[in-house]
Design a binder for this molecule. Structure first.
Ligand SMILES: *[C@@H]1O[C@H](CO)[C@@H](O)[C@H](O)[C@H]1NC(C)=O
Ligand SMILES: *[C@@H]1O[C@H](CO)[C@@H](O)[C@H](O)[C@H]1NC(C)=O
Ligand SMILES: *[C@@H]1O[C@H](CO)[C@@H](O)[C@H](O)[C@H]1NC(C)=O
Length: 210
C-alpha cells in the first residue's frame, strides 16, 4: 500500500523544497495522514448496519454487527439504561460464550459478533454497547439503541375501532334512555292527572259521607 505512494510523495517533497517551505510541511502532513490511516486499518473495524431498532414486546431481536480484525478477538456486549449498566455476554468467536445470569436463556451469540435477544420486554429498552478487543489490545466499540414498546400498531388500530364501537353503542343507549324518560314522564303526568281526579272524587265522596 505504501510502495506506490512513495515516489509521488518524494517528488512532491523535492518540488516543495525547490519552491516554498510551506509546500514541504504540507507534504509531510500528507505523509503523516497516510501513515495514520495505515495504522488504523490494522486495528479492529466494526460495522453496524442498523443503530436504532424499534420493537414490540415478545419479539426476537437481532442486534446485528460485523467486525474485521487480525486473529480472534474478544467480544463483549453491555446493556446500559438510565438506571443500570450490566454485562450481557462475553466470548471469543468459536468458543463457549459466558452469558451473565441476568440474560441466561435469553441470548444467543453469532460468530460475526451479533447477538439475538429472545422475547424482549419493555425493560429491555436501552443502549447495547459492543466492544471488540484484539489480543494485542486495540479495541473498537459501537452502540445499538433498542426501543421496545408495549402495544403493536395493529393492536392500537383494534383498540381504536373498539372504542368507536363502544361510543356508538353508548350514544344509542343514551338516546334510547332519553326517549324512554320522556315517555315515562308523559305517562306519569297522565297517571297523576287521573289519580288527582280520582282522589278528589274520593275526598268529595268522603265529605258527603261525613
Ligand atoms: C423508531 O421510532 C421513533 C419514534 O419513536 C422514530 O422516530 C424512528 O424513526 C423509528 N426508527 C425506526 C428504525 O423505525
Ligand atoms: C451476522 O450473522 C447473522 C447470523 O448469521 C446474520 O443474520 C447477520 O445479518 C450478520 N450481520 C451482519 C452485519 O452481517
Ligand atoms: C464468566 O463471567 C463471570 C463474571 O464476569 C466470571 O466470574 C467467570 O469467571 C466467567 N466464566 C468463564 C468461564 O469465563
Amino acid at each position: 500500500m505504501r510502495g506506490p505512494h512513495r515516489p509521488g510523495r518524494a517528488q512532491e517533497a523535492s518540488a516543495a523544497r525547490g519552491g516554498e517551505n510551506r509546500g514541504f510541511s504540507l507534504g509531510l502532513l500528507a505523509l503523516c495522514l497516510a501513515a495514520a490511516r495505515c495504522l488504523q486499518s490494522q486495528g479492529v473495524s466494526l460495522y453496524i448496519p442498523q443503530s436504532t431498532i424499534n420493537a414490540t414486546v415478545q419479539e426476537d431481536i437481532l442486534l446485528s454487527v460485523d467486525y474485521s480484525c487480525h486473529g480472534v478477538p474478544t467480544i463483549e456486549w453491555k446493556y446500559t439504561s438510565t438506571w443500570a449498566t450490566q454485562k450481557i455476554v462475553e466470548w471469543k468467536p468459536g468458543s463457549q460464550a459466558n452469558i451473565s445470569e441476568s440474560h441466561k436463556d435469553r441470548v444467543s451469540t453469532f460468530d460475526n459478533g451479533s447477538i439475538q435477544l429472545f422475547s424482549v420486554g419493555v425493560r429491555d429498552s436501552g443502549y447495547y454497547v459492543i466492544t471488540v478487543t484484539e489480543h494485542v489490545g486495540s479495541s473498537q466499540f459501537g452502540t445499538i439503541v433498542l426501543h421496545v414498546s408495549e402495544i403493536r400498531y395493529e393492536d392500537l388500530h383494534f383498540v381504536a375501532v373498539l372504542l368507536a364501537l363502544l361510543a356508538a353503542v353508548a350514544a344509542v343507549l343514551i338516546s334510547l334512555m332519553w326517549v324512554c324518560n320522556r315517555c315515562a314522564y308523559k305517562f306519569q303526568r297522565k297517571r297523576r292527572h287521573k289519580l288527582k281526579e280520582s282522589t278528589t272524587e274520593e275526598i268529595e265522596l268522603q265529605n258527603v259521607e261525613c
